[in-house]
Design a protein around this ligand. Structure first.
Ligand SMILES: Cc1cc2nc3c(=O)[nH]c(=O)nc-3n(C[C@H](O)[C@H](O)[C@H](O)COP(=O)(O)O)c2cc1C
Length: 351
């Protein structure tokens, strides 16, 4: 195997996670980068044209390194697709509250091929993949363009497979994490929390590890660095920053202290979200069909967002959601890095 490409310089050791669906704006990415962190554009649900414009907008704002994250295509599951008609009736019932009908389910790959080509052309400082492995010829093209490849893993088995494709670093996503399960499968009987997952992944690969899931303060950053991670990746902690494009109904719900749960109700793929009426009503019946369920529920979720109604919106959030604060992203990066250093110093002092 060839030598992995190095991590970009990230003096704060903080990565702002890619967050598709609005939160990861060019303004957020640039603010995190300017503060010594690494920001990520989320290419998921963006068109290739929008992605190109987003990359240009980040570059216009300054020279800091940044990454781009892409959803790898997910295999179609005919036995789950067969359950969509029944689920559509349930979604129609919820849509009636807003006067909207369910969307049309379809199996797509989110323009993966076109976005993959763009990555090699636009050369972000990192290309990261979630929901699956990048094809080997793409990894070769990205390496030829000197773009490091990161792959999200949620088990040691994923880590072995990702390392074999030539990944340069692994994003290790614990069960605590907000948003979709990002590994090669969302069927996870082991459901490993971040600290055991880091230790178990470390046993199977020497690659640099980027730790994600439930980290929302400096002590949490310190904990994963002490556990051997090279960088800490935080998502939910950035959702209430003014630079993030988080829908207002989502940002407001984060401040309410709701519990989180993992559910297929909104997209068909398991994702951690704040508990609301839709989760309570739909979770048990949701087919494991991604992205078909995403398209089916999209109009209802959009209507709920417009109406400012949190009960039918997908409110992705990690287990430490209550710690997310409405502070500028650069200030948050500075504070997390300083608090992490203080926590590491305190932990190293004899008592
Ligand atoms: C609103 C939201 C959207 C997300 N979108 C993406 C995405 O597009 N790509 C991705 O790899 N991970 C995505 N994630 C997962 C994050 O990369 C990361 O694993 C997670 O935020 C870490 O847990 P935390 O939210 O507790 O910090 C998303 C998470 C959230 C909260």
């Amino acid at each position: 195997m060839t030598t992995p490409l190095p991590l970009p310089p990230v003096p704060a050791r903080i990565v702002a996670a890619p967050m598709a669906g609005g939160p990861s704006t060019p303004a957020l990415v640039a603010a995190v980068g300017a503060a010594g962190g690494l920001g990520f554009l989320a290419a998921g649900y963006r068109t290739p044209t929008q992605l190109r414009a987003d990359v240009a907008a980040v570059r216009d704002r300054g020279p800091a390194p940044f990454g781009v994250n892409v959803f790898a295509p997910v295999a179609e599951r005919p036995e789950e697709v067969a359950r969509l008609a029944g689920y559509a009736e349930r979604i129609a019932g919820r849509g009636a509250r807003f006067g909207v009908a369910p969307g049309t389910p379809a199996h797509g790959d989110d323009a993966f091929g076109a976005k993959a080509e763009l990555l090699a052309e636009l050369r972000p400082d990192v290309a990261s993949f979630t929901f699956g492995l990048p094809p080997e010829d793409l990894v070769r093209d990205l390496h030829a363009a000197r773009v490091p490849v990161w792959v999200t893993v949620t088990s040691p088995e994923d880590a072995v497979a990702a390392a074999a494709t030539g990944a340069d670093a692994l994003v290790v996503q614990g069960w605590e994490a907000g948003g979709h399960r990002g590994g090669l499968t969302d069927e996870e009987p082991a459901q490993l929390g971040l600290l055991p997952l880091l230790a178990l992944v470390r046993r199977v690969t020497p690659l640099p590890l980027v730790a994600a899931g439930g980290i929302a303060d400096g002590a949490g950053v310190a904990a994963v660095l002490a556990a051997g991670a090279a960088l800490a990746q935080l998502g939910t902690a950035f959702l209430r920053t003014p630079e993030a494009g988080t829908p207002p109904v989502h940002a407001a719900a984060l401040a309410e202290g709701r519990p989180t749960t993992v559910t297929r109700a909104f997209t068909g793929r398991r994702a951690r979200a704040l508990v609301n009426d839709a989760v309570r009503a739909l979770d048990a019946d949701a087919p494991a069909a991604y992205p078909e369920v995403h398209f089916l529920t999209a109009p209802v979720r959009a209507a709920a967002r417009t109406a400012g109604d949190p009960e039918d919106a997908h409110l992705w959030a990690g287990q430490a959601a209550a710690l997310a604060e409405p502070v500028p992203a650069g200030e948050l990066v500075g504070r997390l890095a300083a608090d992490a250093r203080a926590a590491l110093d305190a932990a190293a002092r004899p008592r």
